[in-house]
Ligand binder design. Structure first.
Ligand SMILES: *[C@@H]1O[C@H](CO)[C@@H](O)[C@H](O)[C@H]1NC(C)=O
Ligand SMILES: *[C@@H]1O[C@H](CO)[C@@H](O)[C@H](O)[C@H]1NC(C)=O
Ligand SMILES: *[C@@H]1O[C@H](CO)[C@@H](O)[C@H](O)[C@H]1NC(C)=O
Ligand SMILES: *[C@@H]1O[C@H](CO)[C@@H](O)[C@H](O)[C@H]1NC(C)=O
Length: 324
């Protein structure tokens, strides 16, 4: 009897100790990310955070090519995250036959457009709006324009959110870079970030053609699943917009080469658009270097690496870039 009691007591104290530790981690994370909650929400968020942290710790004890870590999303469930940041419905992303025909190489072993010159703008933050596609679009057009003109100018996502509906884009509810390039081409221009600033909300189109700062002459769609075509485009031309499927493990990505068995490799599942700014290989694992739009604190200074050559998470399903 006494034995039981002692054991029970030890279990309670250690559970108490663990809960205290969880709260300690949560509070320091809250301070780091400037979070504040109502009393009721505090306990709910503490629980979600603790589950996420367990998952992260478990992942990091295993043998994986990437590590997970706490970040600004650590108090969210994946469905909340999905709702806030990802494309909610399947996009029309299937250039079954593209108009870009790359060569099979040989290509350089690695390329990083961030290091080749002043060709890539700092990482931006889309906030709580499903506008990833606009950041992938501006990121690509900024780089292509800078490579052509020598001038790197941040361009307007908000113009695409507000004005590009006629090309199957839906503002904060999603769209595709290829369709946004089409909009810019037919609309004859895109304004700068400074002249048409980002609000992370759907708004009324206030595009002023006289203030257009970047233009598109043609849109290059890379044939679906032609990942070698993407390599050729990045090696010989410029960074390339791509879309892929984000699943719950990606939300906690910290560093290393991301791979997943949770995601699909088909066009109908892609839910996030980003920008490939280069590629390389690490310990025999080929990867893409990808610019994200979740701020510079997420991942590797706002970037991530993802396995290259296996159409990982459908990343080769619908890639494109503009010609200026
Ligand atoms: C970890 O995984 C890599 C790649 O799958 C493998 O080569 C290596 O042997 C593994 N290491 C351990 C300690 O299991
Ligand atoms: C896909 O294309 C069809 C036909 O053009 C259009 O009606 C539909 O809204 C598009 N879907 C999305 C998600 O844009
Ligand atoms: C490229 O893709 C866009 C939308 O995904 C499409 O409207 C356009 O016709 C395609 N362009 C070519 C040349 O195939
Ligand atoms: C998708 O994955 C399946 C199963 O691994 C594979 O057989 C198929 O070739 C892949 N399809 C594409 C388009 O990458």
């Amino acid at each position: 009897m006494r034995f039981c009691f002692v054991l029970g007591f030890a279990a309670v104290t250690s559970a108490f100790y663990l809960a205290e530790q969880d709260e300690f981690h949560f509070k320091s994370w809250m301070a780091q990310h400037n979070k504040a909650y109502s009393m009721k929400e505090y306990y709910q968020r503490l629980q979600v955070f603790t589950e996420n942290k367990k998952r992260i710790d478990r992942h990091n004890q295993g043998n994986h090519s990437f590590t997970m870590g706490l970040n600004q999303f650590s108090d969210m469930t994946f469905s909340e995250f999905q709702e806030a940041f990802l494309l909610s419905e399947p996009q029309n992303c299937s250039a079954t036959k593209g108009n870009y025909f790359g060569s099979n190489g040989p290509h350089p072993d690695s390329i990083d457009w961030r290091k080749k010159g002043n060709y890539v703008t700092p990482v931006k933050d889309q906030g709580g709006c499903g506008s990833c596609w606009t950041f992938s679009t501006t990121g690509c057009l900024e780089s292509v324009t800078a490579i052509a003109t020598g001038k790197l100018v941040p361009l307007s996502e908000q113009q695409l959110v507000d004005c590009a509906q006629d090309f199957n884009n839906h503002g904060c509810n999603g769209g595709l870079p290829s369709q946004a390039f089409e909009y810019i081409m037919y609309n004859k221009g895109l304004m700068t970030e400074q002249d048409y600033p980002y609000t992370a909300m759907d708004g009324i189109c206030v595009y002023k053609p006289t203030m257009a700062a970047a233009f598109v002459k043609n849109v290059m769609n890379i044939t679906a699943y032609d990942e070698m075509g993407m390599v050729d485009a990045v090696a010989t031309h410029n960074p390339v917009s791509l879309a892929f499927e984000v699943t719950s493990d990606f939300m906690h990505y910290s560093q290393g080469v991301y791979t997943s068995t949770n995601c699909h490799n088909t066009t109908d599942k892609v839910n996030h658009a980003v920008l490939a700014v280069g590629y390389g290989e690490e310990n025999g694992t080929p990867y893409w270097i990808v610019k994200n739009s979740w701020g510079p604190k997420w991942g590797m200074d706002g970037y991530f690496l993802i396995h290259r050559g296996k159409n990982m998470c459908g990343l080769a399903a619908c890639s494109s870039f503009p010609v200026v």
